[in-house]
Each structure stands twice: as structure tokens, then as C-alpha cells.
Design a protein around this ligand. Structure first.
Ligand code: ZN
Ligand code: ZN
Length: 129
């Protein structure tokens, strides 16, 4: 294959390109299959039709904690807990974040229950006296 950083031909199993020192699939300048120049945003090689591989983009882009999911986890801690177990291997960052928000939501719920419980006792006491 070709190094996606500098376009040099490298061994298929090479960890790092021998001519530029970058991981061959970490670059965005050349097609890994035919060595044609590519642009950063390009997904397919226009010359050979091969899907352009990019190690850097793939892993990081998908593991972004989502605000909406965190909010859901905060309102429904059980959802956060389930997502945490589903994600903990593939998306450790999102899992950690969703777990944190589930904990916050859980504590908030407990506090609210405790508060309404005490308020209930208080209003009953006031009712009897
Ligand atoms: Zn290179
Ligand atoms: Zn190509």
C-alpha cells in the first residue's frame, strides 16, 4: 500500500512509514491503494474507487460524548447505566461521560425523593398539630 501522508510505497503491515515516520493510514494526502493525491475531506479515491482509510478520524470521531445522550442519562439514570455497559469497550470516553451524568441524575433523584419525603413528614406534622 501507499503511505497516506507522503505517498511512498510501504509494506502492508508497516506500523510507521519508513520515509516520513507517520503511521501510513494517519495521513490524508494520498490514496493508500494507488498513491494518487487526495484531499482531507475525501472519502473515496477518485482514481481507483477505493474507500480511503483513516485511522485518526475513525476512532476519535465516533467516541465523542454527546450532550443529548448525557441529558437523557441524567433524567433516566437507568438508561445511562445501560449505555455505559454497551459502550464501555468501544467508546470508553462516551461511556465514562454517560456514567458520570447517570450518577448525577441518580443523586439528584435521591435528593429530590428525600426532600419530598421530609416535606411530607413536615406537612403531616403540621397537619396533626
Ligand atoms: Zn510516509
Ligand atoms: Zn486510489
Amino acid at each position: 500500500m501507499y503511505c497516506r501522508e507522503c505517498g511512498n510505497s510501504v509494506n502492508d503491515r508497516a506500523e510507521v512509514c519508513s520515509s516520513c515516520g507517520v503511521r501510513p493510514l494517519n495521513g490524508q494526502n494520498f490514496c493508500q491503494s494507488c498513491g494518487t493525491e487526495t484531499k482531507a475531506a475525501q472519502e473515496l479515491c477518485t482514481k481507483c474507487g477505493e474507500r480511503l482509510k483513516n485511522l485518526k478520524g475513525a476512532g476519535v470521531g465516533q467516541d465523542q460524548p454527546s450532550g443529548l445522550v448525557n441529558l437523557a442519562a441524567c433524567c433516566f439514570p437507568i438508561v445511562g447505566l445501560i449505555l455505559y455497559f454497551v459502550w464501555k469497550d468501544e467508546k470508553p470516553k462516551s461511556a465514562k461521560s454517560v456514567c458520570k451524568w447517570a450518577a448525577i441524575g441518580f443523586i439528584a433523584t435521591v435528593v429530590l425523593y428525600a426532600l419530598s419525603f421530609f416535606l411530607g413528614i413536615l406537612s403531616e406534622t403540621m397537619y396533626y398539630y
